[in-house]
Design a protein around this ligand. Sequence first.
Ligand SMILES: Nc1nc2c(ncn2[C@@H]2O[C@H](COP(=O)(O)OP(=O)(O)OP(=O)(O)O)[C@@H](O)[C@H]2O)c(=O)[nH]1
Ligand SMILES: *[C@@H]1O[C@H](CO)[C@@H](O)[C@H](O)[C@H]1NC(C)=O
Ligand SMILES: *[C@@H]1O[C@H](CO)[C@@H](O)[C@H](O)[C@H]1NC(C)=O
Ligand SMILES: *[C@@H]1O[C@H](CO)[C@@H](O)[C@H](O)[C@H]1NC(C)=O
Ligand SMILES: *[C@@H]1O[C@H](CO)[C@@H](O)[C@H](O)[C@H]1NC(C)=O
Ligand SMILES: *[C@@H]1O[C@H](CO)[C@@H](O)[C@H](O)[C@H]1NC(C)=O
Length: 373
Amino acid sequence: MLGISSAFLYALLTDRVLLVDFGPDMADIFCEPLQNSTWLLPDGFPFRNQFYSPQFREAHSFGTLLRDNNNFTQSVLPLPPPILHLFLSYEYGDYDKLFYRDENQEFLQSIPWLTLRSDQYFVPYLFLMPRFRAELERLFPDKETVFHHLGNYLFNPSNQAWGLITRFYDAYLARADERIGLQVRVFNTKASPIPLVAKQLLKCTQVTNNTSSTKTKAVLIGSLYREFYEEMKSVDGGGESVGVHQASHEESQNSESNSHNMKALADIYLLSLCDVLVTSRWSTFGYVAQAIGRVKPWILNVPNTNYSGDRLPERACRRAVSMEPCFHYPPSYDMKKKVVVDGEVGTGPPVVHCEDVSWGLKLVNGRQIERLG
Ligand SMILES: Nc1nc2c(ncn2[C@@H]2O[C@H](COP(=O)(O)OP(=O)(O)OP(=O)(O)O)[C@@H](O)[C@H]2O)c(=O)[nH]1
Ligand SMILES: *[C@@H]1O[C@H](CO)[C@@H](O)[C@H](O)[C@H]1NC(C)=O
Ligand SMILES: *[C@@H]1O[C@H](CO)[C@@H](O)[C@H](O)[C@H]1NC(C)=O
Ligand SMILES: *[C@@H]1O[C@H](CO)[C@@H](O)[C@H](O)[C@H]1NC(C)=O
Ligand SMILES: *[C@@H]1O[C@H](CO)[C@@H](O)[C@H](O)[C@H]1NC(C)=O
Ligand SMILES: *[C@@H]1O[C@H](CO)[C@@H](O)[C@H](O)[C@H]1NC(C)=O
């Protein structure tokens, strides 16, 4: 969803039509954004089923073209190729990163078909590219709702997904005075043992608990694991005022499964309907929920014993400055020297480093942000 939104905005800025290539795993999860029309790539499209192969990347990517032509230049090419592949996934190479070089956009504009592969929210970097800046300022005077608008425009749950969402919402969340969403992503259960994460989560909910006991609360747990639910359940006091719920607990990530992805979207939407959100640092799952729901989350400082031993980090969580997602793997491109570097780029509003990923980039309205420990 982060990659598609970024590609959509790029298409908008460069006068292109966006088509998406959903495999069977993504079928019937979203509605078409526009009635009586489709954004799905037609079955017979050339190279269909090859976009994920290394051979396709090697043969057709912009990165390969740059590598083989000394970082370019139009003069070595008698004719622009009919199709080029933009490889912008987290594991992209230095030549692929030159997509972000402003001058290269002029050449890309001459290519009839671009295929783009990315799992990143690369929108913040588009704000750093001089040719797009003015148009982006016009489109988004408020920099902290960019994904909120893109995401709500593009992603409408299908009837089947909506059924999952509304049935759960009506049964467990609708009647509470306050809905609290806890989204707990654990990337490595060895380094971040679940009981330790649960302890930290409890500490954080005490920080975020800002209401009197007279209010009824519904707590929604969004996690692959059942344990956080058990843990929260055991401390809710068993009274009438707090109910703890979990829509699904898939135990492991299985992104190729359609029903798994349907449940993931339902969890994201249910979390987005909460009044208070606690999300996990680094988690794109939480980013989408917070932005769709326009909720400024509390970011959980997920303990990692590799770094902190058995101690819980002092600060359990802190409030994010905005609901904008973080671009995890920006190119570190030095605009002045016009080369890709390992150093830091873009460290003043509206593009600053993220509170949860020190080298990531995030959009803000003219303010600096404080890192999460
Ligand atoms: N149903 C459900 N699925 C989850 C949850 N957390 C993670 N997942 C699954 O894990 C996937 C997240 O993986 P990706 O989107 O590939 O991203 P990632 O970079 O591996 O991890 P994130 O940054 O957390 O998204 C989701 O699409 C779900 O399949 C959850 O709370 N509920
Ligand atoms: C879509 O098609 C249906 C049936 O042809 C028509 O009634 C409806 O008005 C169309 N909607 C739009 C937005 O064009
Ligand atoms: C081309 O770009 C790559 C990747 O940024 C860089 O490593 C290389 O030095 C550049 N080569 C030339 C000839 O500029
Ligand atoms: C932490 O330790 C675990 C197990 O000892 C290891 O698998 C993991 O790669 C380490 N690093 C991080 C960042 O979790
Ligand atoms: C706590 O609640 C008060 C009153 O409802 C509100 O004004 C304040 O912003 C809240 N604080 C936080 C940190 O959410
Ligand atoms: C929040 O605080 C109130 C009042 O201090 C307390 O009664 C209630 O149990 C707390 N709720 C949670 C979920 O911690």
